[in-house]
Design a protein around this ligand. Structure first.
Ligand code: UDP
Length: 409
């Protein structure tokens, strides 16, 4: 029986607002998974690095899991590139907290992302607890499809990922595709790779009053394309903006709504260059920048738009595509990674090979020009999106945890 789990999330906290900086799908995933485990009687403590001296040592969130702020290095935000040297200190403090715990022993450590996985290995060695790791993204996979001109992932990351894959008890992939990447690109032992797709809050992400949503977003009858995500080269907002030009050749009223903010200094640069692109292409009135939106406000966007576009270079799952579908919104997305699993091509959306904006324009027009096609895909999207409830995801994960702790995994 699993009673107590320690989550490691060194570089970002589930309390951070997703949609900019380092906070995105992983934060949403950790927050909702921890809440779901708590609702099944499991105690969850999320260990994260202290980024502000005012943060309490431990706090309990309204959904009942605990967040422990661990001092490792200066209590300020530090970019990921500067965190490698702090992993040892972070691991040492987490080990001490777990070993000193008086109110019952921890059953398992579940680490998230390569930095925490690396720290998790040290904790596992020190206290002998089983370790499960979710990578969320993989350096080699990102490198394989990165946009020309973008820097490769640091060697340290690739080396640490390899260590974690080799020595953790279980690596949790979000889809079969990620499992294959772990095996083929990192030589993972297939018997220690397990697949468990994330859940989506289906209470929050469900169809609703479309007209009311459009009214709140200030959309009249204009065909509206939605982009939701952090602004960084990986997410391909540049492709979405250029695709809008192709769409507007046939539908001059078409608009693009952008939700999310820049991710780090390179994201700021990307944001500036896309704004310049928007001006250069004469799209200033056709693109609306909503910036970062609280997660709870996202349903209005998914309900009001006509189509979501996800031209990511890589995506291990693609939470926004799953949320949109669960809200009844079809998706045009790159034919990569987890998006191939989340989207049913031709039934809940359209998958596009490569990143040629003209191809995305064509796929968007296929939906925007045909109300019948849009309705067909919207029905398929809802069906595809309803697969991702937390009940199933949490039950499967608990089963997997049990296998790891009793040594059958
Ligand atoms: N998100 C949000 N507010 C925003 C932009 C994004 O709450 O302004 C959320 C979005 O709903 C999704 C997550 O951030 O849950 C992004 O997850 P995804 O897996 O698509 O991308 P990631 O950030 O993990 O690369």
């Amino acid at each position: 029986m699993i009673r107590r789990v320690a989550f490691l999330s060194m570089h970002t906290s589930p309390l951070d607002l997703p949609g900019s900086g380092e906070a995105g799908g992983m934060n949403v995933y950790i927050d909702e998974l921890a809440a779901s485990l708590v609702s099944r009687g499991v105690e969850v403590t999320v260990f994260t690095r202290r980024t502000d001296p005012g943060q309490p040592r431990v706090l309990t969130t309204p959904s009942g899991y605990r967040v422990a702020h661990v001092t490792a290095g200066p209590a300020v935000r530090i970019p990921i590139s500067g965190l490698g040297t702090l992993v040892g200190e972070f691991a040492k403090r987490v080990t001490k907290a777990i070993a000193d715990r008086r109110s019952g022993a921890t059953d398992l450590v579940h680490s998230h992302y390569w930095l925490s996985g690396w720290a998790g290995l040290a904790v596992k060695q020190a206290v002998g607890l089983p370790l499960a790791n979710s990578f969320h993204t993989l350096g080699r996979v990102k490198d394989a499809t990165r946009r020309p001109g973008q820097p490769p992932e640091p060697l340290l990351r690739i080396a640490a990922e390899t260590e974690v894959i080799t020595f953790s008890d279980c690596v949790i992939a979000s889809t079969e595709y990620e499992a294959v990447e772990l095996i083929e690109q990192y030589g993972a032992d297939p018997s220690r790779v397990c697949v468990n797709p994330p859940g989506v809050d289906l209470e929050r992400f469900r169809p609703g009053d479309r007209m009311e949503a459009r009214r709140r977003l200030g959309i009249d009858r204009a065909p509206t394309v939605l982009f939701v995500g952090r602004i960084q080269a990986l997410k391909g907002l540049d492709v979405a903006v250029e695709a809008l030009c192709t769409v507007r050749d046939r539908l001059p009223e078409a608009r693009l709504i952008v939700v999310g903010g820049p991710s780090g200094p390179s994201g700021e640069e990307e944001h500036r260059s896309i704004q310049e692109m928007v001006d250069r292409l004469g799209l200033r009135d056709a693109v609306t920048w909503w910036g970062v939106q609280p997660h709870g406000r996202l349903p209005i966007f998914y309900r009001g738009a006509d189509i979501l576009v996800v031209p990511s270079r890589s995506e291990s799952f693609g939470l926004v595509a799953a949320e949109a579908q669960a809200s009844g919104l079809p998706v045009v997305a790159a034919n990569v990674g987890g998006l191939r699993y989340v989207i049913r091509d031709g039934r809940s959306g359209v998958l596009v090979d490569g990143w040629d904006p003209a191809d995305y324009g064509k796929a968007l027009l296929r939906v925007l020009e045909s109300p019948a096609e849009r309705l067909h895909l919207a029905a398929g999207a809802l069906e595809a999106g309803r697969r991702f409830g937390w009940d199933r995801a949490t039950e499967r994960l608990l089963e997997l945890y049990r296998g790891v702790t009793d040594g059958t995994r």
